[in-house]
Design a protein around this ligand. Structure first.
Ligand code: PLP
Length: 394
């Protein structure tokens, strides 16, 4: 007997993957240069050269058994210490290695944390627009997933709607800043207001409401903006971090979870996260990559190429007459669909070989996402097509 929920997840390909596959098929027919594919968030700037150089050094100076052997499940102490030191330098915190768990990227880290902070039937909130995988992650943990409607067009936090949804059963809220798909960064003021509201409700309900900070894009901010480090604003914050985007390593599967001891039930919470990861089959994060990260925590992405793309696409679309959310971070642009139906507009755009992702799957109908980790040339050549589409679309 098959598990029907698992089957449904496997059988229904995501809309983003469908578009990406469609783009490959079209490229084979009309040529890759004639397909303007904005569907998939795959980093397009190379990792800093020090990453590969470090791999060479590690291969040269580490014996093979150590290099390829299991590490402890929570991760090498040297790696956790290096990450703690880096965070403490940047945020003035006093994080210790015992509060860090080295994971295999934000996706499995989120699954472990969601499992750790929910009992069956507990509710997890996400703020629209949100990363669509949150829903299966939360539901497979046995939680009820609910979405706070978007704060259009600023995409900060709609506090009245959120307060109404903060009921006794809510055990966590997922906060993703910089945001996929809107590119917005929650301001310190917004986060302080969120912290005050959650503290008030936690006290009223007699249990903590945790923030699960999903932060694969933390360092991807522009115009001098920095994403606040949420644990310094709200003590019951668990951070799921990933090097997939910040060091352009999405296929290597490496990141970490920060579970503050100062959080309510902090010590037990850490053990629950470790236990949830164990139950999902986590043995350890890739040993080589743990060793690389231990020597590379100081590296930051060179955002010049993304920033150039962001400006060109944002300014170009505004000039064509599109309404676009102000993109302060990540590598996505969120755009209001002409005519109001993003699915219909996406289908129309396909006829021009422009691939854009409707916002419905992100909990924000009527908008679409463009992923601008593409070549600058693609952006420049696609702008006349965007101009034509908004002119001609009925
Ligand atoms: N969270 C968000 C908001 C993302 O956009 C992604 C990937 O695109 C993930 C989590 C998963 O990232 P990882 O590669 O670290 O599992």
């Amino acid at each position: 007997m098959l598990n029907q929920e698992a089957y449904a997840l496997g059988a229904n390909r995501s809309c983003i993957r469908e578009l990406f596959e469609y783009g490959r098929q079209r490229a084979a027919i009309v040529g890759a240069e004639n397909v303007f594919d904005y569907s998939l968030g795959n980093p397009s700037i190379p990792s800093p050269p020090e990453v590969n150089e470090t791999i060479g050094q590690i291969l040269a100076d580490t014996d093979s058994l150590t290099l390829h052997g299991y590490t402890t499940a929570v991760g090498d102490l040297a790696t956790r210490k290096a990450i703690a030191d880096d965070l403490n330098r940047r945020y003035g915190t006093g994080i210790t290695p015992n509060e860090l768990f080295i994971g295999c990227g934000a996706a499995p880290e989120l699954c472990a944390v969601l499992k750790a902070v929910t009992t069956p039937g507990a509710k997890v909130l996400a703020l629209a627009p949100y990363f669509p995988e949150y829903k299966p992650f939360a539901e497979s943990a046995g939680a009820v997933f609910a979405v706070v409607p978007p704060d259009v067009p600023n995409f900060q936090i709609p506090f009245d709607a959120l307060e109404e949804m903060l009921t006794q059963e809510v055990s966590a809220i997922i906060v993703n800043s910089p945001n996929n798909p809107a590119g917005t960064v929650y301001t310190e003021e917004t986060l302080k207001k969120l912290a005050a509201l959650l503290a008030k409700k936690s006290q009223a309900f007699g249990h903590p409401i945790y923030i699960i900070a999903d932060e694969p894009y933390r360092e991807l901010c522009y115009d001098g903006i920095t994403a606040p480090f949420i644990p310094t604003i709200y003590k019951n914050t668990i951070v799921c971090y990933s090097y997939s985007k910040s060091l352009s390593l999405p296929g290597e599967r490496i990141g970490y979870i920060y579970v503050p001891r100062q959080a309510d039930d902090g010590e037990d919470l850490y053990l629950a996260v470790a236990g949830a990861a164990r139950a999902a089959g986590h043995v350890c994060a890739p040993s080589l990559w743990q060793k690389v990260i231990a020597r590379c925590t100081h590296l930051r992405p060179d955002l010049c190429a993304y920033d150039k793309n962001r400006r060109a696409l944002y300014d170009g679309l505004l000039a064509c007459g599109y309404e676009v959310a102000k993109p302060d971070g990540a590598f996505y642009l969120f755009v209001k669909a002409p005519g109001g139906d993003a699915n219909a507009f996406s289908e129309y755009a396909k006829t021009k070989d422009v691939l854009l992702v409707p916002g419905d799957g992100f909990g924000c109908p009527g908008w679409f996402r463009l992923c601008y980790c593409v070549s600058y040339d693609q952006i420049i050549r696609s702008l006349p097509v965007f101009a034509q589409m908004i002119r001609e679309y009925k």
